[in-house]
Design a protein around this ligand. Structure first.
Ligand code: MLT
Length: 199
């Protein structure tokens, strides 16, 4: 997968950056500095192009995911992380995803399908990636969800549902609300940074 890797001063921690629809691997680089300026950074571009807009998996319509492709792309990203950990010599068991929108959805999907894909996840405006499946045991995993009370793409009830699905699987989940829509705000990034430092 097309990506950027930057070795950090503290190479025990790796931040995996996953952009939103139409973004690139450049987009979330400023967030890495705000969350953990010493960590390794692995920023990946989604392999799907929707009318020229990069994404991490196909969708059939706004908010309606192509489930078969989601499963395939989730495995592809998990395999890529295994390969990248070998190539760049980082600790595969200590990866924190930072995802926005479509990138947050594939990060959540990694946790829904693979027990040890991610240690920690910061999800900005995620949805429930798949309904009606059993999640792996996520004991010890930590998740921060930033959601908007007026998000037209992800209704508030879906953010609460994602929190409870992850919690029921054993993860420790913090849900941060803003009285905003789907946009990624500096307030939620600061809240994520505070949470990350104290987690
Ligand atoms: C998705 O397709 O992953 C969500 O609808 C968010 C987005 O618009 O990217």
């Amino acid at each position: 997968m097309k990506h950027i890797f930057q070795k950090g001063k503290d190479s025990t921690q790796t931040l995996l950056l996953l952009h939103g629809t139409g973004g690139t691997e450049q987009d979330l680089l400023p967030l890495a500095d705000l969350i953990d300026g010493n960590a390794n950074v692995l920023s990946v571009r989604g392999n799907i192009s929707e009318n020229g807009m990069p994404r991490f998996f196909r969708r059939l319509a706004e908010g309606v995911f192509d489930e078969e492709d989601l499963i395939f792309r989730t495995k592809e990203l998990n395999d890529f992380l295994d390969e990248a950990a070998e190539k760049y010599d980082f600790d595969r068991s200590n990866v924190t995803a930072i995802g926005y929108s479509n990138g947050a959805n594939i990060a959540a999907s990694l946790m829904f399908h693979y027990q040890d894909a991610l240690n920690t996840a910061i999800l900005h405006h995620p949805m429930v990636p798949r309904k009606g499946i059993d999640l792996p045991d996520l004991s010890g995993k930590k998740v921060f969800i930033a959601a908007g009370t007026n998000d037209p793409i992800c209704p508030a009830s879906e953010s609460a549902e994602l929190q409870s699905l992850l919690q029921n699987a054993g993860a420790k989940v913090e849900l941060f609300w803003e009285n905003r829509g789907h946009q990624l705000t500096m307030e939620e990034v600061k809240a994520a940074a505070d949470w990350y430092k104290n987690k």
